[in-house]
Design a protein around this ligand. Sequence first.
Ligand code: 8Y7
Length: 289
Amino acid sequence: MSSVHSEPAQRLVCAGRSVDLSRPRVMGILNVTPDSFSDGGRYFADIDRARAHAEAMIAAGADFIDIGGESTRPGAAPVGVSEELDRVVPVVEMVASEFDVIVSVDTSKPEVMRESARVGAGLLNDVRALQESGALAAAAETGLPVCLMHMQGAPGSMQNSPHYDDVVAEVLVFLRARIAACETAGIERSRIIADPGFGFGKTPEHNLQLLNRMAMLQSLNCPILAGLSRKSLLGAITGRPVEQRGVASAVAAALAVHGGARIIRSHDVAETVDAVKVAWATTREALDG
Ligand code: 8Y7
């Protein structure tokens, strides 16, 4: 597609750092939850292990590190503000001060957004798309870019019986409304990333429709983030348990990039970087860039 070659640079300004999203980037996942389904709490209350994990993901090519202290897995216990602050803020501060990387904070809480911004976070990643009370205003105050994700229902019950007449159309309607709400709150479009929310209130078929029709999200006119890493969709397709979904995750990442995603959220950064390179070279029909 020759139009791809003439696209202008899309710079996302993340606090002190900026990143060019005219090519795709990888976001490494650093969980600081004691109950996260695939990391099993290995990084909880363990700053040295968090540092080593961040360092390894950056060496493997991550441009973002996404730090989260609330598990959104179905049935996970809700986390209070002070506990989430205690889990997340020291790790955000450590990664932001010690590494040349953009720190994304995975939170829905205004207090965690503010404190994380104060200690060096560069991006706010909210699976609730800034719908919690005070979140829009807090995000606007920080001046940081935001990732708005679609979810049907709430984490505890979202997988009970997801229903859509047209999942792609409904995700688009939701994301357009959240983008408009951000703009009204003073968050300019140049600071907004959109995400269809794979696995959040979706059946395997819904997720497959979204992945196969990712290109339709380009109509939002903002960079798209896709998170498929190790998700149950890949287990449903391959029959593999979570620790054996690396190949499936890399293939899904490539398909998302081919569909236009510019940030891929992943547990397995090295494999994802290669998958993204293959998909991007194919999309561009060129080796460079
Ligand atoms: C996503 C996410 C999770 C995603 C964005 C998991 C925090 C579940 N998934 N954030 N977070 N997009 N933006 O399996 O797909 O990693 S948590």
